[in-house]
Ligand binder design. Structure first.
Ligand SMILES: *[C@@H]1O[C@H](CO)[C@@H](O)[C@H](O)[C@H]1NC(C)=O
Ligand SMILES: *[C@@H]1O[C@H](CO)[C@@H](O)[C@H](O)[C@H]1NC(C)=O
Ligand SMILES: *[C@@H]1O[C@H](CO)[C@@H](O)[C@H](O)[C@H]1NC(C)=O
Ligand SMILES: *[C@@H]1O[C@H](CO)[C@@H](O)[C@H](O)[C@H]1NC(C)=O
Ligand SMILES: *[C@@H]1O[C@H](CO)[C@@H](O)[C@H](O)[C@H]1NC(C)=O
Ligand SMILES: *[C@@H]1O[C@H](CO)[C@@H](O)[C@H](O)[C@H]1NC(C)=O
Ligand SMILES: *[C@@H]1O[C@H](CO)[C@@H](O)[C@H](O)[C@H]1NC(C)=O
Ligand SMILES: *[C@@H]1O[C@H](CO)[C@@H](O)[C@H](O)[C@H]1NC(C)=O
Ligand SMILES: *[C@@H]1O[C@H](CO)[C@@H](O)[C@H](O)[C@H]1NC(C)=O
Length: 564
């Protein structure tokens, strides 16, 4: 009876609903249910805010949706329905459009239940192939393109990378590997990108920040252009250098209760970040009894498994929380039971890789946050990356190697620079040959930031960055590393077919204003069954960055005192 009352009240006021034009998008079936197909439904998202002078915040708003098989929205909808939203969830709406055909393009629109003239923009979306679709029939027989992003910091630049992916590539699915928002403030005013609010701590703060990010024109276009698959976070969706129980902000090594601007304990802060993320992102709660779980797998026909991991927030052992414990982390990096993912996720990951091989999928693409290959950066390892969890990394490499799991492609973000690598065991001078790639048993494509600053220095010129890249690709500790580029902000695409993967890296010309200027800086091929970057790497030439093959192997390597 109470429910009935609410409906009546809502109908009376929802004529005031305003669709935030910036805020409509959808994602494919994101929920991970073991064995369920992901080919007959999509998740649609919008936000419907009461117009001022608005009603009481406690009053729900009713929103309807329709999804069509054509961009003119003509004929009858394939699916439609209504949903309520309230202040409690920041007026965000997620609905599942069902009864869809696999591997098919759709268009959808939301409207005010009580005034169908008040509508959202039209968004495009699609379903993925059924798991048993033959590999050569996935995406109607055309190669499938993923656009891969990480590290989009509002105050550091305009999100042109999203815009170029939407307008200038054939991206079918948009993948975000984390740091979709940043908790920090910063001086964005000089490029018209001052962030609102304060350093994020409460759910209000996180919502406000997500809302502001969604005003970027490139991001708006990309969300309207196709489905997104995201992993909620690297660290900055919560706080810098976070791990399961703390963050650098508060020097949290055990309990984490000293974040000063708000006085919030880390646990509260993390829950606030997670809650706002679930409200604002087109992602499902994977497991109702495990609210932090977002690791999940998509079986996209027999072409690939796309496995998304949470290497940051789920169950990560302590990381380098501010430099004071860097040496400590270095000292424990080899400890056998130390974990990046937690035992449950780790076991699931190995099982997922093995099952993917068993079911005959050609490729295993693994989306995760952090650079995987060993990377000596001027005499120091980033122990917040896999280099600080070496035993865990070895377990993964061993699982792939010992079970002869072919065609594994690891995607990484976090580092704000481009690194393309063969993957063998680090320091393997016996089995792995960096010249031919012989002995490599997987590959890694690590992508630069959408806008966050280069690890070689914010705004570093291509020439200056290449001087440093030259040192890194020649470093004998970086045997696997085949290409380094750290000046340009951007993203990359992976175009996947039954015979090969083509990774094309995109460089943005200038992120200090909104534009669609950029260029492909390098292209890499991985042939099915080869488990290495094809030689000559990047066909022997790149438009930015430095190929290992172009630098004498014994270029001198300075120690950390020479680090930028
Ligand atoms: C919707 O728009 C049509 C055409 O402009 C108009 O005739 C109708 O009255 C509008 N409906 C409402 C509820 O405002
Ligand atoms: C973090 O702890 C270290 C070691 O106790 C101390 O030197 C440093 O000042 C602390 N930093 C903050 C931000 O509290
Ligand atoms: C790992 O093993 C060490 C030594 O046995 C033990 O002290 C530590 O608590 C273990 N850590 C975890 C995360 O299980
Ligand atoms: C590789 O060798 C370097 C130098 O000896 C060492 O610091 C590093 O820990 C080794 N890497 C692994 C994964 O053992
Ligand atoms: C790059 O290194 C070369 C050779 O050491 C040097 O001449 C040049 O000035 C450097 N360029 C930049 C931009 O640092
Ligand atoms: C890789 O993909 C890009 C973008 O689609 C395309 O321009 C390029 O020709 C491809 N390269 C190879 C070697 O197939
Ligand atoms: C980027 O654009 C801004 C604004 O037009 C300009 O001031 C700046 O010089 C440009 N930067 C580069 C590297 O071209
Ligand atoms: C992207 O497409 C737009 C037109 O939609 C064009 O103006 C722009 O130059 C293109 N950018 C690139 C990098 O091709
Ligand atoms: C560097 O490598 C070249 C070619 O392999 C070799 O001739 C030269 O002696 C090496 N220099 C040093 C200092 O090892």
């Amino acid at each position: 009876m109470l429910g009935q009352l609410w409906v009546i009240v809502a109908l009376a006021v929802s004529a005031n609903a305003l669709f935030d034009k910036n805020l409509v998008y959808r994602s494919p079936f994101i929920g991970y249910k073991e064995g369920d197909p992901f080919d007959d439904s999509v998740l649609l998202w919008t936000r419907a805010v009461p117009l001022p002078p608005g009603p009481d915040q406690s009053i729900p708003v009713c929103v309807s949706f329709k999804i069509f098989d054509n961009s003119q929205l003509s004929g009858g909808p394939i699916d439609s329905g209504e949903a309520f939203t309230t202040y409690d969830v920041d007026f965000t709406v997620k609905v599942e459009a069902e009864h869809l055909k696999a591997d098919t393009q759709y268009w959808y629109q939301f409207a005010d239940c009580t005034n169908s003239n008040t509508t959202s923009p039209v968004g495009a979306t699609r379903t993925i192939s059924a798991p048993n679709t033959p590999a050569n029939q996935v995406n109607g027989g055309k190669p499938l393109t993923l656009a891969v992003f990480s590290c989009s910091q509002f105050q550091n630049g305009w999100f042109n990378a999203y815009g170029i992916a939407a307008h200038n590539t054939s991206a079918d699915i948009f993948i975000h590997l984390g740091d979709y928002i940043y908790e920090s403030l910063g001086s964005g005013a000089k490029i018209g990108r001052e962030v609102l609010g304060r350093e994020l701590a409460t759910v209000f703060d996180y919502r406000q920040r997500l809302n502001q990010y969604r005003t970027d024109p490139g991001l708006i276009d990309a969300h309207l252009a196709g489905p997104w698959i995201t992993v909620w976070q690297d660290d900055h969706e919560v706080a810098d250098q976070s791990w399961k129980a703390g963050t650098a902000d508060s020097n949290d090594s055990t309990t984490g209760c000293s974040f000063s601007p708000s006085g919030a304990c880390f646990t509260d802060r993390k829950l606030a970040g997670v809650r706002a993320y679930h409200e604002w992102m087109p992602i499902r709660q994977v497991d109702v009894s495990d609210k932090l779980r977002i690791w999940r797998n998509f079986q996209i026909g027999q072409l690939l498994d796309l496995t998304m991991l949470d290497t940051r927030q789920y169950d990560r052992d302590i990381t380098d929380v501010s430099l004071y414990i860097q040496s400590f982390i270095n000292s424990i990096a080899d400890v056998q039971n130390r974990t990046m993912m937690g035992p449950e996720q780790e076991a699931w990951f190995y099982n997922t890789l093995s099952q993917s091989k068993q079911r005959g999928a050609i490729w295993r693409v693994v989306g995760q946050q952090i650079v995987f290959t060993q990377l000596d950066e001027f005499g120091a390892f980033d122990v917040d990356a896999w280099d600080g969890y070496r035993a865990n990394r070895n377990r993964i490499l061993d699982h792939i190697h010992d079970n002869q799991i072919s065609n594994v492609v690891i995607l990484s973000g976090d580092s704000h620079a481009n690194w393309v690598s063969d993957l063998a065991h680090p320091n393997d001078t016996v089995n792995y040959d960096p010249v031919t790639g012989e002995g490599s048993f997987a590959v890694e494509f690590a992508g630069t930031a959408v806008t966050s600053s280069s690890p070689f220095g914010n705004g570093i010129t291509p020439a200056a960055a290449d001087n440093l890249s030259r040192i890194l690709v020649a470093d004998p500790l970086n045997r696997d590393l085949q290409w380094s580029e750290a000046s340009y902000r951007g993203f990359f695409t992976l175009t996947i077919d039954t015979e090969k993967i083509n990774a094309t890296y995109w460089a943005m010309s200038n992120t200090s204003f909104a534009n669609l200027d950029g260029f492909p800086s390098a292209e890499f091929i991985v042939q099915k069954g080869s488990n290495k970057i094809a030689r000559p790497v990047a066909s022997g030439s790149v438009k930015a960055g430095v190929l290992k093959a172009s630098v004498p192997a014994n270029t001198s390597v300075p120690t950390s005192s020479a680090a930028p």
